[in-house]
Structures are given as C-alpha cells and as structure tokens.
Ligand binder design. Structure first.
Ligand code: BES
Ligand code: ZN
Length: 892
C-alpha cells in the first residue's frame, strides 16, 4: 500500500469553478452526468502543463467529452480508481462525463446508496468519487448546481445542498428538482437524498433578521420523535450567534435521518445527514444521556457550517482543524447549557478511556499526522478529542477574550477558503501578540505547535518538598512523552497546569509563586496557572501555613491538559481532596485515584482494607453532604472505566488481566453496596419523586438511582432487583436502561425477565432494539460466544446496519470476561466476524479491527492468541482500510 504524505501536498493543477450534476435515479441503478468547469491553476503554473487526475470508483463510464467534443480514448487512461486526462486544454474548459452506478447494492455506505428504500449519500472523506469522476479533494471549492430526476411515487422528496430553484413533472411518472448552492464547497460536503419522507418544519430568524426554514425529514411515522432534535437545532443556532457571533447563511437548513449510516452524523452544507439514532428521541424512547448526545451532535454538525464548511480543510492532514475545533465548540455549548463541571468530568473520562488508550498503542498518531494510507482510518479520538483538548489549552492559556479575538481573526482571514491547522494557530498567535503587546510572551507559540505533531500522552512526574517550618512548598516537575510508533524521541511541550492547595480545615489556600498566574473563579478557589514548558521545572510556593503536614495538592484542575500525573499522594491526602477540593474535576479525580487503587488491589487478590474503609467513609460523607446535587454524588462515586483500569494495571512488568479487573470492580461495587446500605437506600427514596421528571430535570436523580441500583443489586438486594426489573415496563427509558444495566452482571431470572420484557416492548423499533443487542452481547456470564452467535442470526439483526453490528460486536469487545476468556476463542471469533463484515462495509470493519490492535499490552498467553487472531485476519482477503489497521497492529 502507498502512503499519502503531508510533505507531498501540491496545489491542484486545475481549478474547478463549477460542478453541475444531473442525477437520474432508477429502480436498479443511477446515472450521473457531470459538467466540470476547469481552468489551469496559476498557483501551480511553474510545474508546467500537468495531466488532470480525476478520482472515480465503481463507476461505469458511458460518455466523456471536452467542450462538447467526445474525447479520443488516446487522450485519457481509465484506471481502477480514476481517470487521467493526459493533455487537458491550457485554457478554461468544460469536462462532460456520464456514468452509471449501483446504489442498491452499495453496502459500503459511501457515495450514493440506498437505506431502507431511501437514496442517500455520504461523501466525507472520499465518497464523492463513487458518484462521479471528480478531483474530489478538499482544497478545490466549486459552485454546485444539481438536477435530480426520479420516480414521483417512490421518491416524492428530492433534496440537495443549497436552495431549491425549480421543480417539475416529467414523463412516465417521473419528476425533477434543481438545487443551487451559492457557497462554493469541496466535494466532500455534497449530499443528495431522495425518497419517501415526512417533514417537521419550524421557522427561525437569525440575529440579523434572516428568515430560515428548518426542516427535519424522517421516515413516515417518526414525526412524533423529532421535537427534541428541532429544539436542539434552534438552541445551537442561537448559541453560535451569542457566543461566537456566527450566523446561519442560507434560507433553508435540512436534516435527514437515515437508518444505515457509518458514522453519527454529517455536516453537508445545508443538508445534514444523521444516523437515525441521533435524531429520533423522546424521554420514553431515549435515555438522558442519549438526549444530551443528540443535542450535542446536532450542535456539532451545525457549528461545522462555519468551522468546517465556510472554512474548510486544505487536505485531510488538517482534519482536526475542523473536527477538534468543532468538538471544542460543541463541548462548550453543552457546558453552557447543562453545567461545566459535570460535562468536563464526562469528557475527561471519555478521553482517558479512549484517547489515552489509542496514544499508548500501535495506532498512536499526532493530532496532525504526516502520513496515512486510508483516510477513513484517521477519524480517531486523537483527531477529535485530543484535537479539542489542544484548542482548550489555547483557550486556557490565552483567556476567553484573547481566544475569541483569535477566532474572529481566523474566521475573517480564511472565510471561503481551505485552511491548515497552522493557519488557526497563527491567528491565535497574532491575537496573543496584540494582547501581550509590550509585555513578555506568556508562552512560545512555536513550542505550543508541537502538540499537533507529537503523539503520545505526556507524563508529568512530580516530586514535592515541604518545609513545614518556613511554610514553603517546592515542586520538582519533569515532563516526558513516551515513545510512539515512528516517534522515538519527544521534545518538551507547553503544558498549562492549573493547581491549588487545600488546607487542613478544607479551606483553599492562597498561593504565590513567581511563575504562577491567578485563574478566574470558575477554576476553583485560589487556582493558579503554571506554564510547564521545560523538561524540568522547579516551582516554589511561599507564605503557606507553618505546619507539620504539607497542604493537600490539587493538580490539573479542570483537567487543564491532556496529560498523566505521576506523584505519590497518600490515601489520606486524596481522601482530603475528595472531601474538600473546590474544583469539582480535581475532586472527582482524587476519588478516581482511590477507586483505581482499590480495584487494582482487589484484582490482585489483596483487597486494601484500610483504603476501602476510608473510601467508604468518604463516600458516606458525600452521600450525606447537603450541598451536593444528586448528579455530583453520582459522578463522585462512579467507578473508572475498564480501559483506564487496564492502563493503570500495566505498570512496569505487570500486564492487565481484564476479566480479573472486571470482577474486582464488580466486587468493589458489592462491598460498597453492602457497607453503605443505609445511606444508599435513603437516597434512593429521595430520588424517586424525580424519576419521571422530564429531561433535563431529574437527570441527576436518575443517574444516582442507577448507581444505587447497580451497587445494591451487586449486594443481592431483592427489593432493588425487583425495582430494576420493573423499570423496564415504566415510562422512562433512562430508568429502564439503568435497570437493565444494574441487572446485567447477574445471571438471575429477573435479569432474563427484564431483558425479555424490553425486547417484547421495543422489537419494532430498530434504533432501540440495538441497545438490547448491545446488552445481550455484553452479558458477562454463560456461554457468551454462543449467545453472540445467536444474536448475529437473530431475525431482527440487520447485518447492513452499522449500528446493529457495533451493538453486537462492540458489545462483545467490551465484555471482558467473554472476549478475553482463556483460550482465545473470543479473539478468533472477532477476527472471523471482522473478515466477513469487511466484505460488506470496510469502514465499519476497520474501525472494529482496532479492538485487536492492543495485543502487545496483555500477558504472554493472551498476547499470542490475539496476535494469532490478527494473523488469521491478515491472511484473509481484506479491503485496504482493514488491511492498514491489521498491518499497523502487527508491525508495531
Ligand atoms: N464530519 C463528521 C462525520 C464524518 C466523519 C463523516 C468521517 C465521514 C467520515 C462529523 O462532523 C462528525 O464529526 N460526526 C461525529 C459526531 C460528532 C458529534 C463528534 C460522528 O459521526 O461520530
Ligand atoms: Zn465533525
């Protein structure tokens, strides 16, 4: 396979002014005529007359002409993945082509395909080349005009980007619509939808008075489930106006929900296409978490209109320019709507359990990679979540005002063009320079840019020295980033470290140090920001209380940088922080550290009784603390994820034992459920009146209910087990799902009854049934693989719906006792399923293949078995997507 390299980027030799398409949809195929108006690119002139390369996959070429004259076959070469015109005119010309394609049998879900009778498209990153021959590169922006023709009965609704100019009737029961998008755009933002759809419609007026028609298109019968998505869209539009001063720019905004979709959602200009699970929802059919997720994904795709569409990416190495920034924006939106701290804690948990894991394995890569083989494999948590963290660090380092100035500069400089990550940082750099004029720079932007190029999670090793007589604290901080594939040596980064000190009485201590800067109050009381930019740094804080013990050290407040901390803090200090830290994130993190230690000790067969006692006491105080919300209580008591536990267990020569960690977490739940019985049951009663409150009301109470159910079910509380079982028949999907999860680990008749009842109630709603598939696949007992096999053969299982595939196979991958069971049968099973899936849908298959990539991090037996499964996969006929993942995993 050949890699694409950032260093090889060259401007396109021919510019593209217009892309005019006529798309004719038929019962068994489609025909696409394209007129592409090219002209030689002056910016590429010095390279001399170049051939014109057009990408095209699975297209049958039926006609090809330049300026109306059919092209002599000697003047072009047709290849497997495209078309080369050897000597195109050196003045403006129009290339005309006609191709035939087969959307009905397209199971890749890229390009034009049919989902449940609906014609739909997915073009990012390189799907447009499955629709017509085209340069299909993101730096070529052209104006699109599209005529769609289809049968009126089966495709009454015809949608495309931009404004609908004209509709009309054709012969033989067919009709057409012509759409024009006034904003030049790259081909990956093209979209087209045709089929039977019902629409929910609402007007919106932008801040400057532009009326916009908002429309949500769903399958007939699904209209009642569109209210939440519509409300979310309006909130997002308003928020972007208020916070960023960015308004919508067209007369319509359409969202279509489709069942078969590889990703969550796609930001095509004025025609977003969504996985139906991210549109259809109300509180009876979706959980609190799903409602919040829908709100944030609707916002994310909407925010792309500026950060992604109007300013797009020069090439796919710049993917984080739009994705990292837009994730940062959608996280800020959710934080503004639902509270910053809880949202931050959730995102930190996600980052640690996915991105940190990626950074520690064979697929580790920088936020801005410099080479790839298949771009689809690069839509990773590093590009998205770490990319967002990098933006967040800029925000922290610059402060809100300067950051927003930088944003405004970025937008004004690059609107209407294709930009790079460097352009973004440059705008921030220029805004900072202005803000700092006359003062020394707070940090070096050149050095900050390393965050884009260096993979791996940096580690801060901290040693402290406490001089009690003088009230003086010295921190010695070393930063280093572990080696990652192709990057053995790393350089120091600019790391914003937010910190504070908590005194013996729980009070925040003011602290002073030459290098520190006071942070605004939302960072916790007396929080200071220190910029760590050397391999070794020494910080001295003076004027602290003169006492024997050092004040408790609260570090990485708000999780101010995506790094790991290494410092030995005794249990008592962590317990103190868990009780008193004024920063909710650091407070939660202190509890997480204690929980991690407790679970690790149990997984090694040596429960740490003293730690568990102190933890239980601390939790009892949290449960009784009247100043805390139910949501905060639930958050502070939640156990760390399996990925984090595995990471914590793989220190030094030790390799993690996933089933043992899973069992240890469950045993700790049972233990805490037993010793905290009284306060837990009291709180359960206190939560109950809020169970049926409509989201977002009551969500904290429901979350805490779920936690109590799972702890008490682990402790075999018959009353709770019954309550959890009955929730499945109740009015709240959140409680139903929490009930199912609480029963999930117990091979009890009540679990079976709950699962059967859930199936019976929701079997005709595929989106909801997927959660049942996931739970069944993740049940950690019995013959797990046989159960998964039965699920794959279940009459309601749709092998062409990525949601179902991910539910079952993703459920299995997350089922530690079954997937990692001795013998390696779980790995082999997975490899075979991935190979079969790869024949239908390479994108989904290669994403799933990552579950086998970390074979080196397990003990020798597991590691051999997992590698053998990968080698089996390697011996199969594979797509380039999956081949890249497998080879990457085996080679590193
Ligand atoms: N542009 C992406 C969707 C996409 C990614 C399409 C890769 C094709 C290939 C979109 O904006 C996106 O990021 N979607 C996310 C959800 C988002 C909230 C992070 C997704 O689909 O998971
Ligand atoms: Zn996105």
């Amino acid at each position: 396979m050949t890699a694409v390299r950032l260093a090889d980027y060259r401007p396109a030799p021919y510019l593209l002014g217009r892309t005019d398409l006529t798309v004719r949809l038929w019962a068994d195929h489609a025909e696409v005529e394209a007129e592409l108006a090219f002209s030689p690119n002056p910016a590429a002139a010095e390279q001399g007359p170049a051939p014109l390369k057009l990408a095209g996959i699975d297209l049958t070429l039926e006609a090809l002409a330049i300026d109306g004259r059919p092209l002599d076959p000697a003047h072009y070469t047709l290849e497997r993945d495209g078309l080369i015109l050897h000597q195109p005119p050196q003045s403006p010309f129009v290339l005309h082509s006609r191709v035939r394609l087969h959307p009905h049998s397209n199971t890749t879900l890229e390009g034009l395909y049919v989902s449940g009778g609906l014609f739909t498209t997915q073009c990012e990153a390189e799907g447009f080349r499955r629709i017509t021959f085209h340069p299909d590169r993101p730096d070529l922006l052209s104006r699109f005009r599209v005529r769609i023709e289809a049968e009126q009965a089966s495709c009454p609704v015809l949608l495309c980007n931009g404004n609908c100019l004209e509709t009309g009737v054709l012969e033989r029961g067919r009709h057409y619509a012509i759409w024009d998008d006034p904003f030049p755009k790259p081909s990956y933002l093209f979209a087209l939808v045709a089929g039977v759809l019902e629409e929910a419609r609402e007007p919106f007026e932008t801040a400057s008075g532009r009326p916009v028609q908002l429309r949500l298109h769903v399958e007939p019968g699904d209209l009642p489930f569109t209210t939440h998505a519509m409300t979310s869209l309006k909130r997002a539009m308003r928020w972007d106006e208020e916070r960023y001063g960015l308004e919508y720019d067209l007369d319509e905004y359409n969202i279509v929900a489709v069942r078969h979709f590889n990703m969550g959602a796609m930001e095509n200009k004025s025609l977003n296409i969504f996985n139906s699970k991210l549109v259809l929802a109300d509180s009876e059919t979706a959980t609190d978490g799903e409602l919040e997720r829908i709100e944030s994904v609707i916002a994310h795709e909407y925010f792309h209109n500026w950060t992604g569409n109007r300013i797009t990416c020069r090439d796919w190495f710049q993917l984080s320019l739009k994705e990292g920034l837009t994730v940062f924006r959608d996280q800020s939106f959710t934080a503004d709507l639902h509270g910053a701290s809880l949202n931050r804690i959730e995102n930190v948990g996600l980052l640690r359990n996915t991105q940190f894991r990626e950074d520690a394995g064979p697929t580790a890569h920088p936020v801005q990679p410099d080479a790839y083989e298949v771009i689809d494999n690069f839509y990773t948590t590093t590009i998205y979540e770490k990319g967002s963290e990098v933006i967040r660090m800029l925000h922290t380092l610059l402060g809100e005002k300067t950051f927003m100035n930088g944003m405004a500069l970025y937008v004004s400089r690059h609107d209407g063009s294709a930009a790079t990550c460097d352009d973004f940082v440059q705008a921030m750099d220029d805004a900072a320079r202005e803000a700092w004029s006359g003062r020394p720079a707070a940090f070096d932007f050149g050095q900050f840019r390393r965050w884009y190029h260096q993979a791996g999670t940096p580690v801060l090793q901290i040693q402290r020295h406490w001089n009690g007589e003088r009230g003086e604290l010295t921190l010695h901080i070393q930063q280093h980033t572990p080696a990652t594939p192709c990057q053995p040596h790393k350089q120091p980064l600019v790391i914003p470290l937010a910190m504070g000190l908590v005194g013996q009485g729980g009070e925040a201590l003011p602290l002073h140090a030459a290098q520190a800067r006071q942070l605004p109050p939302q960072w916790g009381h007396h929080s200071q920001l220190v910029v760590i930019d050397q391999a070794e740094t020494e910080l001295r804080f003076t004027g602290l209380p003169q006492q024997h013990h050092p004040p408790a050290l609260s570090l990485l407040r708000q999780f101010s940088a995506p790094v790991k901390l290494e410092l030995g803090r005794p249990v008592a200090e962590l317990v103190h922080l868990l009780a008193h830290d004024s920063d909710p994130v650091a407070r939660w993190d202190a509890g997480q550290l204690l929980l991690r230690r407790g679970i690790l000790a149990r997984s090694q067969g040596e429960p740490d009784q003293q730690l568990e006692e102190e933890l239980a006491d601390a939790f009892a105080r949290i449960l009784a603390d009247p100043s805390l919300s139910q949501a905060s209580r639930a958050m502070l008591l939640s156990l760390p994820g399996q990925a984090e536990l595995e990471d914590a267990a793989s220190n030094g020569d030790l390799s993690p034992d996933p089933p043992a960690l899973f069992a240890a977490a469950q045993a700790l739940r049972r233990h805490l459920g037993e010793v905290l019985e009284e306060p837990l049951l009291q709180l359960l009663e206190a939560c109950e009146p809020q169970w049926t409150a409509i989201w977002p009301q009551g969500q904290g109470d429901r979350r805490l209910t779920g936690l109590i159910w799972s702890w008490r079910a682990a402790a075999a509380d018959a009353g709770v087990i019954d309550q959890a079982r009955q929730a499945v028949d109740g009015p709240s999907m959140t409680l139903a799902r929490l009930g199912l999860s609480a029963l999930q680990c117990h091979d009890l008749p009540q679990r079976q009854a709950a699962s059967d009842a859930f199936f019976a109630r929701w079997q005709h709603k595929p989106v909801i049934l997927d959660t049942w598939f996931a739970l069944e696949a993740a049940a950690p007992f019995g013959d797990g693989l046989a159960r998964v096999q039965r699920l794959l053969e279940h009459p309601r299982y749709d092998p062409n719906a990525p949601n179902s595939v991910r539910a079952v196979l993703g459920g299995l991958a997350g089922n530690a006792p079954v997937f990692h069971a001795p013998g390696g049968a779980g790995y082999r099973f997975m490899a075979e399923q991935i190979a079969a899936l790869d024949q239908r849908n390479p994108i989904t298959a290669s994403r799933l293949a990552k579950v086998l990539s970390r074979w080196r991090s397990y003990g020798s037996e597991r590691s051999d078995q997992m590698r053998a499964a990968l080698e089996h996969l390697d011996s199969c006929k594979l797509s380039t997507n999956t081949r890249e993942m497998v080879e990457l995993s085996l080679s590193q």
